[in-house]
Design a protein around this ligand. Structure first.
Ligand code: MLT
Ligand code: MN
Ligand code: ZN
Length: 295
């Protein structure tokens, strides 16, 4: 099995189009320590021919152009056979609008995510066969991989959450995705509000884990004067601080543990920063666009 990171950043990408925070400023200056990153997505294959794309980011068109394995082989062809969604957040679904040129593919998600798409008539232009996944029931993909979606603590997408969202809900608005083949598995959890028993169990059984690396500290956006919300309020467990994900990841037996979906304020985006070094010293990696993982 092979996975390619199509995009390693959270919503907004890195640098974010309207931001000159300290971390974005380094990226805008094209400093080699802060390579640009597009919005979170993974491509996975077993045979190298047929690919599943995990989350359709708004950058999907440029991500396909940057990834030769996803180029068409002939007129009106694409190696992309399946798109699997972990949530209906805009940074995970807007790329579907770039896949509307009559190429049939399967679109797999839990029911609450497909319901959110169905409520938007614009997404009706996407010619995908919608497959409602049942939580934790494996779905077989074209090349023999299986995909399993499992609810993780999260919340409704930002544009549907209303004034008083239920935080930490495990109703399937937010999912993790396990891709398995030939006895190996990759687990991808780009958004996670808490380390529930099922998140821990899924991570324990993975060979490679891509995990929510949105914020380094819960109040990072507030301290930078960029917003009023903590990471937890946004449905993202921070990397450090009370209950942060890093000590847990450090102790996991999983062969490779990789942060993905990093927000542009996260200083771990900068190679050699104290925050990045702390993560690396714990045996955890930080994803970058084009990163390849073979297992
Ligand atoms: C998130 O990960 O919290 C969402 O992508 C928020 C957003 O859509 O801006
Ligand atoms: Mn997001
Ligand atoms: Zn920024």
């Amino acid at each position: 099995m092979k996975a390619i990171v199509l995009g390693a950043a959270a919503g907004g990408g890195f640098p974010q189009w309207n931001c000159q925070c300290q971390v974005c400023a380094l990226a805008w200056s094209r400093d080699s320590r802060a390579p640009w990153r597009t919005q979170s997505s993974l491509a996975v294959t077993l045979d190298g021919e047929s690919w599943a794309v995990l989350n359709a980011s708004p950058d999907l068109g440029s991500q396909i152009r940057a990834t030769q394995a996803l180029w068409p082989h002939r007129a009106r062809h694409s190696p992309i056979g399946t798109v699997i969604l972990s949530s209906a957040e805009i940074d995970h679904v807007a790329g579907l609008l770039s896949l509307r040129e009559r190429h049939p593919f399967d679109l797999i998600a839990l029911a609450p995510v497909l319901e959110a798409l169905d409520a938007n008539p614009m997404l009706g232009a996407v010619p995908a066969r919608r497959v409602t996944a049942t939580a934790s029931a494996p779905v077989t993909l074209a090349d023999g991989l299986t995909a399993e979606l499992f609810p993780v603590p999260g919340k409704a997408p930002l544009y549907l959450e209303g004034d008083d969202p239920q935080l930490g809900s495990e109703a399937g608005e937010t999912a993790g995705i396990r891709i398995s083949g030939r006895g190996r598995s990759i687990v991808y959890i780009p958004g996670c509000a808490a380390l529930s028993a099922s998140v821990r169990a899924q991570a324990d059984g993975a060979d490679v884990l891509f995990f929510d690396g949105t914020l380094f500290t819960d109040d990072e956006m507030i301290r930078a004067g960029l917003g009023e919300k903590t990471g937890r309020r946004m449905g993202h467990l921070p990397i450090t601080g009370p209950g942060g994900s890093l000590p847990w990841l450090a102790g996991l037996p999983t062969a490779r543990k990789i942060y993905i979906h990093l927000n542009n304020t996260n200083p771990a985006l900068i190679e050699g920063s104290p925050e990045r070094l702390m993560i690396e010293a714990s045996g955890v990696e930080v994803a970058y666009d084009g990163m390849e993982v073979e297992l």
